[in-house]
Design a protein around this ligand. Sequence first.
Ligand code: NAD
Length: 287
Amino acid sequence: MGNRLEGKVAIVTGGGTGIGEAIAKKFAAEGASVVVAGFPEDPVEQVAKDIMEQGGAAIAFSRDISSEANAKSCVELAVKQFGKLDILINNAGVFPEVNLLQDYTTEGFEYMLKNNIHSAFQMSKAALPELHKTKGNIVSAGSEAGMIGIAQNSPYGGTKGFIHAFMKGLAVEQAQFGVRCNIVGPGPIDTAWTHDSTGPMDSKMVKTMKEATPMGRRGTPEEVANVYLFLASEEASYVTGALYMVDGGITVAKGGVGTEADASMKKQPDGELELKHSKDGHTSIRK
Ligand SMILES: NC(=O)c1ccc[n+]([C@@H]2O[C@H](COP(=O)([O-])OP(=O)(O)OC[C@H]3O[C@@H](n4cnc5c(N)ncnc54)[C@H](O)[C@@H]3O)[C@@H](O)[C@H]2O)c1
């Protein structure tokens, strides 16, 4: 496809499914060697194999990256396999439950703290010594929900608000080491999470979400990966501490504007990547 990440080594967490699969494949197509990290149940081996079959370089890492030991091992694998680490993409996350807070389970809340917050903390901490050597960068998954909250999953919005502030703090303190830190804030994206058939949202929530989006549709995983690519590349050399929304306008919208979207906006672009796991994501608590 291109060479915007030629010679770079990247870790993509949550790289087996949804947006992560698109990021891993997009980065590899642009010349990066990629560690595709995910839970043992995730199709990370498959994604790495697809990349290699297309002539790219990739290796799978099948472990829970929210633990300190596993995060360190993941970074060690990148260095052992590819010699260095230039880019960390903290994309891993979970959305296990939709409930009013009075009914929200403590288990679901703690599951999100572990997989949305500990994962980004541990991976960033483990990666920084290597990123200092390469003057690399980190891009983490925020969310429109981290900006304005999300009804019926208010704790999820809280975990994403953490990511926004965490990354902005990192951007300031890590500039002295030559490391840039940014955030991508997806809106409703066409993965398992935003369909009532594959995730915890009910059909009413899905309908409201689409109507509230000025572009009147979900974004594709590849449309989100395009923005990760820009932020991770040298083209964003003067961008740090930034939050780039990829949300079809939902964060700034009021009311049911999505019904009025032009037909050209309502049509998802075809994209260039062959994605096989867009809807295979993580939407329930795994023991
Ligand atoms: N889909 C959306 O509408 C949307 C909106 C805003 C933000 N986001 C963010 O984008 C990211 C990707 O979401 P997605 O929709 O592609 O979901 P997804 O479930 O397809 O992808 C997330 C992946 O991360 C993996 N993962 C989670 N915790 C992990 C851990 N501790 N160790 C290893 N792997 C782990 C999951 O197994 C899964 O494969 C998430 O951080 C999410 O919060 C998504």
